[in-house]
Design a protein around this ligand. Structure first.
Ligand code: PLP
Length: 410
C-alpha cells in the first residue's frame, strides 16, 4: 500500500532536532502568530513547544560533526539534525526565529540576547566585509545612537535626514539605519523612498515600535529588520531578546558572528518570545485602540502642548506638557513610571532623563527629543482608568491654577 511521499520538511523528526522551515500557503499574520514555528508539534505528539536547554549534543560520529562545523564556518548554514553546541544554534530559539521570519515576511531570522546584541552583530558583519561606514537617521533608540556615535565596534557614522541619505552614501557604506516610528519622538519616514535612496546598500529598519502587525519593512525594501524583542514581541516585560529578520544570505553572516561573539538568546527566552508572538496581533490592536483614544484626549487638553501619534497607529504616544514633565512621572499612580515599552501594563518615561540620556544633549535636542518630551507606552488597561491616572498626573489646568491662586490671594 502506498502511503504517498511527504516532503522531507514535513517528516516528523526527533524532538531535539532543529525544526526546519516549512513552506505553507500564505496565511494571515494572525494565524502565523499562533502556528508558525510550531508546524511539526502535532506530528511529534506535542502541544506546547519543547524547551531544549542542552548546551551540547552527543554524537559518536566526530567525522560527521567536523563536516557540519566546516559547513557552518564556510556558509553559516544551520547544521542538519541537532546542533553541535549551544552557541551554534538551539531548537527552541529556532522556532522563535522561524515564527518571526514568517511574521516579517523574510526568508530567515537570527535571534540574539538583546536588541543591542542584534545591532552589534549587524555592525560587526558589515565591518568584517570591509564596509564600516554607516548612514543613520536620528532619532534612534538612545543606545543605538551611542553605539554608532562612539564607534565602539569600529563603525563610522554619518547622521542625516531621510532626504540626505543618497548624498551621504560612500563606497565603503555598508548600512543605512532608520527607525520608523522612531524612538522616542515617533517621527515617521516613507520606507519606500528611503529604500530607494539606499540603492544597493542594505537598509536596516528598527521595527520595534511598529511590530510586524502594523508594518513589514521587508515588503518596502528593507534588507534587515531589527527588533528589540524585549518590547512588544515578548510583550510582558519579563524577557530580553533581539532579532534580525532578513534574507538567508544575511542570516548566515549573522549566525557566524553570533557563533564567534556569543550573544546568543537563551532557550527559555526563546520559548517566552515564541509564546509572546502568539498574542502579538491582539495585544497590539487592543493597545493601539486605547492609545489612539488617549492621544485624542491629550491633544484636546489645554495642559498638553504637543502630541505625536503615528499615522500607522500603534501603542506609543509622545507628548509635551506645558508643566514640568518630571511632575507627571512623579504623579502617576496606575501607570508604571519606568523605561522600556511594549508590556501589558502602561509605562511612562522621560527620554531626556532615561532612554536617551546617553545621547549628547545637543544632538538629542536637534533630533526633537526636547526636555519636555514624555513617552507613553500604552498597555492593556481600561482606557478610562488610564485617562483618570493621566488626568491626575497632568495636574490642575493652568486656568484652574490661576483660579486657585486668586482664591488664596483673595
Ligand atoms: C529597547 C530598544 C532597543 C534595544 O533593545 P534591548 O533589547 O534593550 O537591547 C533597540 N531599538 C529600539 C527601538 C528600542 O526601543
Amino acid at each position: 500500500m502506498d502511503f504517498g511521499t511527504r516532503d522531507t520538511h514535513d517528516r516528523p523528526r526527533r524532538p531535539g532536532d532543529t525544526p526546519r522551515p516549512v513552506s505553507f500557503p500564505v496565511r494571515s499574520p494572525d494565524t502565523e502568530a499562533v502556528h508558525a514555528g510550531r508546524e511539526d508539534l502535532a506530528a511529534l505528539g506535542l502541544h506546547a513547544p519543547p524547551i531544549d536547554l542542552s548546551t551540547t549534543y552527543p554524537s559518536a560520529d566526530s567525522r560527521g560533526e567536523a563536516a557540519r562545523i566546516d559547513a557552518f564556518a564556510a556558509e553559516g548554514a544551520e547544521p542538519e539534525g541537532p546542533p553541535v553546541y549551544g552557541r551554534l544554534g538551539n531548537p527552541t530559539v529556532a522556532r522563535f526565529e522561524q515564527a518571526l521570519a514568517r511574521l516579517e515576511g523574510t526568508e530567515s531570522a537570527v535571534a540574539f540576547a538583546t536588541g543591542m546584541a542584534a545591532l552589534s552583530a549587524v555592525l560587526l558583519a558589515r565591518g568584517a566585509a570591509g564596509l564600516r561606514h554607516v548612514v543613520a537617521v536620528r532619532p534612534l533608540y538612545g543606545c543605538s545612537d551611542h553605539l554608532l556615535t562612539a564607534g565602539l565596534l569600529g563603525s563610522e557614522v554619518t547622521w542625516t535626514d531621510p532626504a540626505g541619505i543618497e548624498d551621504a552614501l560612500r563606497p565603503d557604506t555598508g548600512l543605512v539605519m532608520i527607525e520608523t516610528p522612531a524612538n522616542p519622538t515617533l517621527a515617521e519616514a516613507d520606507l519606500r523612498a528611503v529604500a530607494h535612496a539606499c540603492g544597493s546598500v542594505p537598509l536596516l529598519v528598527d521595527n520595534t515600535f511598529a511590530t510586524p502587525v502594523l508594518q513589514r519593512p521587508a515588503a518596502h525594501g528593507a534588507r534587515l529588520v531589527l527588533h528589540s524583542a524585549t518590547k512588544y514581541l515578548g510583550g510582558h516585560g519579563d524577557v530580553m531578546g533581539g532579532v534580525v529578520a532578513c534574507d538567508e544570505e544575511s542570516a548566515r553572516r549573522l549566525r557566524q558572528i553570533r557563533f564567534a561573539t556569543g550573544g546568543v538568546l537563551h532557550p527559555l527566552a526563546g520559548y517566552l518570545l515564541l509564546r509572546g508572538l502568539s498574542t502579538l496581533p491582539v495585544r497590539v490592536r487592543a493597545a493601539s485602540a486605547t492609545a489612539a483614544e488617549l492621544a485624542r484626549r491629550l491633544a484636546a487638553d489645554p495642559r498638553v502642548a504637543r502630541v505625536r501619534y503615528p499615522r500607522i497607529g500603534g501603542a506609543m504616544i509622545a507628548f509635551e506638557t506645558h508643566g514640568d514633565p518630571h511632575e507627571v512621572i512623579a504623579g502617576v499612580r496606575l501607570i508604571t513610571p519606568a523605561v522600556s515599552l511594549g508590556s501589558v501594563d502602561t509605562l511612562i518615561q522621560h527620554p531626556a532623563s532615561i532612554s536617551h540620556r546617553i545621547v549628547d544633549a545637543g544632538d538629542r535636542r536637534d533630533a526633537g527629543v526636547t526636555d519636555r518630551l514624555l513617552r507613553l507606552s500604552v498597555g492593556l488597561e481600561d482606557v478610562e482608568d488610564l485617562w483618570a491616572d493621566l488626568d491626575g498626573a497632568l495636574g490642575p489646568a493652568r486656568a484652574e491654577r490661576v483660579g486657585v491662586t486668586r482664591d488664596a490671594v483673595g
